[in-house]
Design a protein around this ligand. Structure first.
Ligand SMILES: [Zn+2]
Ligand SMILES: [Zn+2]
Length: 123
């Protein structure tokens, strides 16, 4: 039985998040990975939407790409955490269930691959 209860959470705003789960599993998430896996509607809805061809107005900030980091992390109830990013994004609420699901370790990624392969369309 996979636990989605964290035993211990270690947050480094410039590196990422480490979670020790109650079932003994340990997950380590890098900042970029967490940002990519943001579960909010804006981020997940962007997939599959072709970008508009209209060129965006040249931004003076375009050349300068600040290092991504977390500005703040707050707990949401006792089931999730909310991450505020240095790029201004803050609507992503990462439930522990989601975090456990996206655990980037080899063992879990293997599991994901199997699940995907075995996914069937049933009526
Ligand atoms: Zn998002
Ligand atoms: Zn894992």
């Amino acid at each position: 039985m996979v636990s989605t209860d964290p035993e211990h959470i270690a947050i480094s705003k410039s590196k990422g998040i480490k979670i020790d789960w109650k079932d003994g599993h340990a997950s380590s998430y890098e900042l970029g990975y967490l940002r990519d896996e943001c579960p909010c509607a804006t981020c997940t809805g962007a997939h599959g939407t072709p970008p508009t061809t209209k060129p965006a107005a040249a931004s003076p900030f375009q050349m300068y790409k600040p290092t991504l980091k977390m500005v703040d992390v707050e707990s949401v109830g006792n089931y999730a955490i909310r991450i505020m990013w240095s790029d201004g994004h803050s609507t992503g609420i990462y439930s522990f269930e989601h975090l456990r699901k996206i655990c980037p370790c080899e063992e879990c990624q293997d599991g994901h691959a199997h699940q995907r392969r075995e996914a069937r369309t049933s009526k």
